[in-house]
Design a protein around this ligand. Sequence first.
Ligand code: SF4
Length: 349
Amino acid sequence: MQTLRPCAVVCGTDDVASAAALRLVEAGYTVLLAADAAPAATRGAPSFAAAVKDGEARLDGVRCRRVEDAAAWLRDGAHDIACCAQPLHALLPILEPEVLVGAGIGADAAPLDPSRRAPLMIALDPGAGDGAAPDGADGVLQTILRHGGLPPLARAAVAGVVRNALTGDLALFAATLGFNRHEFRALVAACLPDVEPECEWEAGAYGLCASRAPALFAPLTELLLAHRAPGLAERPARWLAHALAAAGFGARHLWQDLGLSGRAEVSRLLGLCFPTLAARNVTDMKWKRHMFLVLGERLGRPGLMPPNCASCDSYPSCFGLPVPEGFSGDRRAAFPHRDAGRSGKGMTL
Ligand code: SF4
């Protein structure tokens, strides 16, 4: 992702707070840990607590560094997890976090300026009410899906597909994501707040582009929605499903057409928002191939291929792998001749 991501503030640096910070980073947030200047001793579990004293700590390969000034960290791009001992009431107006996580979040967490949007507050302590994360760090993400809709990674993917379509890297229908104008405006407001949707289209052009979706676009979106994460609201899930499906008809790697930074972000996105579909990819197949293989199974068309892979450098390795066991109706080595894709033979648009 190219732009500064929405911020999440996590109170504390103990093991639970640190695990929550990692989950938030995976969901696409830029994260700052609001640390006590002299944190209490931890229970020995891995955490970022050492960063307060030592200036730096690592957890699961992710670095957290101590910063003295949150505003400077933000100005520098907020590329890493940071911890900062500035008081919470000073941090909030600087960072304007979208999410605030911590045990015992109290009145000092409320925004000082009532004109500012209040963050989604998630308490890590059990029994703290409706905003509490029920299962510690993992529950934080479930709470965000339940209350806040799409996490930043998903919004970035939706925005990435629209931008890639407008620059010609995807077919133009993808610039509408197959929605009517009313729905597209709502999507833009949520995922591309810096874009004025009315400026993008000549009168009449929008409907024409939206109508040009490939025949398999709707079935692919429905497949994705059938695997929607529990708690993820239907409307934002549909925005994301349309974006993933539109990117699936691109000629580049899926992560490129989603505008993400790499395959790892696609893995995290699918695992978070469409977990049962992701869980079926037990052989670590490329995600685009996996989506179409599962779609083919659903449609009774085993071995269904993504339609525009013929020019991909990874084609031999990607399609040289056999169809994994567990996909009904096809045990063949799925390595169709590359020219089949070019000529349309074997394509099912
Ligand atoms: S050939 Fe494989 S790696 Fe290349 S774009 Fe298609 S699915 Fe992705």
